[in-house]
Each structure stands twice: as C-alpha cells, then as structure tokens.
Design a protein around this ligand. Structure first.
Ligand SMILES: Nc1nc2c(ncn2[C@@H]2O[C@H](COP(=O)(O)OP(=O)(O)O)[C@@H](O)[C@H]2O)c(=O)[nH]1
Ligand SMILES: Nc1ncnc2c1ncn2[C@@H]1O[C@H](COP(=O)(O)OP(=O)(O)O)[C@@H](O)[C@H]1O
Length: 200
C-alpha cells in the first residue's frame, strides 16, 4: 500500500512516498526498561531496524559509538541541526538527542519496520511529521519502582537521576497521547505486548 507522507525538515516541507515500511515510536520515562525491551526485541527479530540516535550525553560504561548512540559534541550537534540532518531532535536532562533523518527514511521507504526510541518532545514531532507512525508509551508499575530501576542501573549521577525523575512525572501524564500503552511490570508480558503492537 502506498502512503503519501508529509515530512517536515526545519523550515522546508517535502513529500515522500512510502511503500510498506512501518515507523514505530517507543517512548517512556528514563529507567522504565525501554533499552532492555529494545535489545531483547532486536535479538529476537533481527529484521527490525533500530535507529541509532546522536547525542551530546557522555557514553556510559559499556556503551559504544555507533551502536548505542553517535556521541557528538554540542557544536557538532548544532551543525547537524542547522544542516537539517535530523528527523527530530530535543533537549533532555541537559543533553541533546536527535534521530538521523536519512537512514530512517531509506529504511522505511525500502519497506522495513523502523524503531525510534525517543523522548516525549521528539515523539510529538515525529507524530506531526508522520501521522501514520505507530506510537507506544511504556509505563512503569509505579514511580517508586521507576526510581529503583534507574538506581539499579548504577549509571547516572544523583543530579542526572533527579532530573530524570522530575521529567518522568510529566512524561507519564502524556501517555494517553500515544496509540498504545504498555506497563513494563513483568518483563516477558511487556515484551509480548510490544511484539503484538509491532507485528499485529
Ligand atoms: N527526541 C529524542 N530523544 C531521544 C533520542 N535518543 C534517545 N532519546 C531519549 O532521550 C532520553 C534519555 O536517554 P538516555 O540518556 O540514553 O537515558 P535513559 O533513558 O535514562 O537510558 C530517553 O528518553 C531516550 O528515549 C532521539 O534521537 N531523539
Ligand atoms: N520488567 C522489568 N522488571 C524489573 N526490572 C526491569 C524491567 N525492565 C527493565 N528492568 C531494569 O530496569 C533498569 C532500567 O532499564 P533500561 O532498559 O536501562 O531503561 P530505559 O532505557 O527506559 O532508561 C535496568 O537495570 C533493567 O534491567
């Protein structure tokens, strides 16, 4: 089925013709388990395409450039914004994050299912540019459990944790804007719901 999409690129707007590819947006507060769900999903379904974002955040231990993120300086990120290289971008907890435009469009146009794991502001931008995108919000069983998970990861400073917990409350309030809500309480159950959302 052919779909005509309107893609906003900075000040310009252009139309793209997509074949059967699907664009899935996955959003949820920090620590809810998005990364863990994504990793497991990609292991089980290597045909899915995960969009690697650019960020100005410093790499965490175990993260690699080009795999988890493209780690760039603020200056470089701002150049990429100015060149219209991002499908969407946002500032989150003091750092920039953005989705490289070209690979996502190429993969969707070639019929692939593309997964974007992005925060709320970026998700809103993509939903405006791609109304056909399917958006999923991952919820924690409680705020207390969310804090436990962020801390158990043992990767963020107290300041980063505090910022993420404040942002989490606003993000959770927006869950109803999304097409599908999944509570990540039992991991396997959440993964199964995610698979249903993606594969129907
Ligand atoms: N808008 C936007 N958000 C992103 C992008 N990449 C990652 N994020 C989001 O940025 C937030 C922070 O990510 P990260 O620093 O890896 O922290 P974590 O969510 O606590 O693991 C998360 O909500 C991510 O989903 C992107 O390309 N664009
Ligand atoms: N269903 C779950 N139950 C308990 N712990 C979980 C669950 N899902 C993820 N976690 C743990 O929560 C922590 C945060 O998960 P992570 O995937 O890094 O979150 P996010 O990418 O959303 O910030 C990790 O230690 C992960 O192992």
């Amino acid at each position: 089925m052919m779909q005509v999409l309107s893609i906003k690129s900075g000040a310009t707007t252009k139309e793209q013709c997509l074949s059967s590819g699907k664009l899935m947006i996955l959003t949820g507060p920090s620590g809810v388990g998005k990364g863990t769900l994504m990793r497991t999903l990609l292991q089980r379904h290597p045909e899915l395409y995960y969009s690697v974002s650019a960020t100005t955040r410093a790499p965490r231990s175990g993260e690699s450039d080009g795999i988890n993120y493209y780690f760039v300086s603020r200056t470089r990120f701002e150049q990429l914004v100015a060149n219209g290289e991002f499908l969407e971008w946002a500032e989150f907890a003091g750092n920039y994050y953005g989705t490289p435009r070209q690979p996502v469009l190429e993969k969707v146009n070639s019929g692939k299912t593309v997964l974007l794991e992005i925060e709320l502001d970026g998700a809103r931008q993509v939903r405006t540019s791609f109304p056909q995108a399917i958006s999923i919000f991952i919820l924690p069983p409680s705020l207390g459990e969310l804090e436990k998970r962020i801390r158990s990861r043992n990767q963020d400073s107290e300041d980063a944790i505090a910022r993420r917990l404040i942002l989490a409350q606003d993000e959770i309030k927006a869950a109803d804007e999304f097409d599908i809500q999944i509570v990540n309480d039992d991991f396997e159950t959440a993964l199964c719901s995610l698979e249903k959302a993606i594969f129907g």
